[in-house]
Design a binder for this molecule. Structure first.
Ligand code: PGA
Length: 248
């Protein structure tokens, strides 16, 4: 059985005052059957670990591929782990777009993160043009093959399907469209890594998940949770998403 995962990506949002949201979530969802993860900006990771009191996992939003060295402004996977992180998001479309990250970059970072003992949340998704040209499964297939390193297990890999056009837009694919991609990802994972690993990997949906649409998305086959941006910033929004996942 795959444990459901509600993951929040705070992106470049969050100051010390935001930690109160984490304390609220930790107190209200300490008994959640789903795993809960928040990825705050790196400046807050240490304090977030303390504020979440063990009830919520804390992750990074990116890491460098090397362990240490002359890379001003970058953060290694080992540093995230040392600060108390358990996971790291890699290959988010905003990193791919803002920083030109390729599938190879993402795969190399993922290898470093796994070596450091982190679980990786590897993101992929098509643009609106690619969706409208009926290329979605080709794009996802390419990103899956290129972004995931060989040494993953059912425990240390989480895949997030995030259509770029659904991120922060309030637009969501139909439930059939979500199901089609998630079933495809599951089949590809089983083919490449074998049924044991392929069936254990959690596949999250991301892109405009809100309290109002979470339950219907969580009912779709092979949706094992969500990666949530905007609605993860406030406990009053993220809390009902965790509850919907618990009840799914
Ligand atoms: P959103 O972001 O929930 O604000 O659409 C999702 C994401 O980018 O992970």
């Amino acid at each position: 059985m795959r444990r459901k995962l509600a993951a929040g990506n705070w992106k470049m949002n969050g100051l010390q005052a935001s930690l109160a949201e984490l304390s609220t979530l930790a107190a209200e969802h300490a008994e959640a059957s789903s795993e809960v993860l928040i990825c705050p900006p790196a400046t807050l990771i240490g304090a977030a670990v303390a504020a979440s009191d063990g009830a919520i996992g804390i992750g990074g939003q990116d890491c460098h591929a090397e362990v240490s060295g002359a890379h001003t402004g970058d953060i290694s996977a080992q540093m995230l782990k040392d600060a108390g992180a358990t996971h790291v998001i890699l290959g988010h479309s905003e990193r791919r777009e803002d920083h030109g990250e390729s599938d190879t970059d993402v795969r190399t970072k993922a290898r470093a993160a796994i070596d450091a003992g982190l679980k990786v949340v590897i993101c992929m998704g098509e643009s609106l043009d690619e969706r409208e040209a009926n290329n979605t499964l080709d794009i996802i297939g390419g990103q899956l093959a290129g972004s995931i390193p060989d040494q993953v297990t059912g425990e240390n890999l989480i895949v997030a399907y995030e259509p770029i056009w659904a991120i922060g837009t309030g637009k969501v694919p139909t439930l059939d469209q979500i199901g089609e991609v998630h079933d495809f990802v599951r089949a590809r994972l089983e083919k490449r890594f074998g049924e044991g690993v392929g069936r254990s990997v959690r596949i999250l949906y991301g892109g405009s998940v809100k309290p109002g649409n979470a339950a219907e998305i969580f009912a779709v086959s092979n949706v094992d949770g969500a990666l949530v941006g905007g609605a993860s910033l406030k406990a009053k929004d993220f809390g009902p998403i965790i509850t919907a996942l618990d009840n799914s």
